[in-house]
Design a protein around this ligand. Structure first.
Ligand code: HEC
Length: 252
């Protein structure tokens, strides 16, 4: 009997959570990423397309502080291409010999120039919400690549009974299903140099290749090393086993 009461109490305690779950987010879609798994590596043409998506869309609101323009050579840009991207942004430099600070075009050694001078300016331009830095964003969330991909492709019309705070957008993958970020990708928004059709889905996948690389540029190296260590340990085990057999052959 006491047990029954206990169960009833437990159910009563869980009930509000179950109701609440109705406006919780959907679980992210599952995507096969080239960078997942032991042999995972980046799709560099896709990462280059993703850079274009970042520059045309995300980069107007989100910073990417840990990446320098010269790092773009690692995904296959030429020095001139990377320089041109850098030079289209300005950085503050100085002091010069008169002690003054001045603006100059960014160069290869500079980090990606943030779109806003500070957090206040970023919030002011985004209705009070803060677009977080994207350098480590996808690693900061559980199943990050799946989550960010789902978020970018998860906009749509809510059921009519949903009440909206002003300036919010419906997104079924964001906790609470309302997000301050307006839909950042629209079909055909960028013109890919390699002729790939720029659908929302394609751009979302491409920008995730770029962001995954930005967050962990040495992932393929780490994977190769891990694999090397595994092979080494296997060979060593075999060798030790053979030695053991040879040493103990006549002992019993
Ligand atoms: C017009 C400005 C704007 C653009 C363009 C934009 N974002 Fe955002 N983004 C925001 C704001 C504002 C937030 C904070 C949303 C909130 O807290 O409700 C945000 C939040 C996010 C988040 C965090 C979600 C979370 O779980 O906290 C990610 C990831 C993100 N954006 C990725 C992107 C990517 C990738 C692009 C480019 C394809 C992009 N954004 C383009 C304004 C923008």
């Amino acid at each position: 009997m006491r047990r029954l009461v206990g169960v009833a109490l437990l159910l009563a305690a869980l009930a509000p959570a179950a109701v609440h779950a109705a406006d919780e987010a959907d679980p992210p879609k599952r995507v096969q990423w080239s960078f997942d798994g032991l042999f995972g590596t980046f799709d560099l043409p896709a990462a280059r397309r993703g850079l274009q998506v970042y520059l045309d869309s995300c980069g107007t609101c989100h910073s990417l502080r840990f990446v320098a323009y010269r790092n773009l050579l690692e995904i296959g840009l030429t020095g001139d291409e990377a320089k041109a991207i850098a030079a289209s942004h300005e950085v503050r430099d100085g002091p010069d010999e008169t002690g003054a600070y001045f603006m100059r075009p960014a160069g290869l050694a500079d980090r990606f120039v943030p779109p806003f001078a500070n957090e206040q300016a970023a919030r002011f331009a985004n209705g009070g919400a803060y677009p977080p830095d994207l350098s480590l964003m996808y690693k900061a969330r559980l199943r990050g690549a799946d989550y960010v991909y789902s978020l970018l492709t998860g906009y749509g019309d809510p059921s009519p009974d949903v009440e909206f705070a002003p300036g919010m957008n419906y997104n079924r993958y964001f906790p609470g299903r309302q997000i301050a970020m307006p839909q950042p990708l629209l079909d055909g928004m960028v013109q890919y140099a390699d002729g790939t059709p720029a659908t929302v889905d394609q751009m979302a996948r491409d920008v995730l290749q770029f962001l995954a690389w930005a967050a962990e540029p040495y992932l393929p190296v780490r994977h190769r090393m891990g694999l090397g260590v595994l092979v080494y340990l296997l060979l060593l085990t075999g060798l030790l086993y053979a030695v053991k057999r040879a040493v103990w052959r006549d002992q019993h």
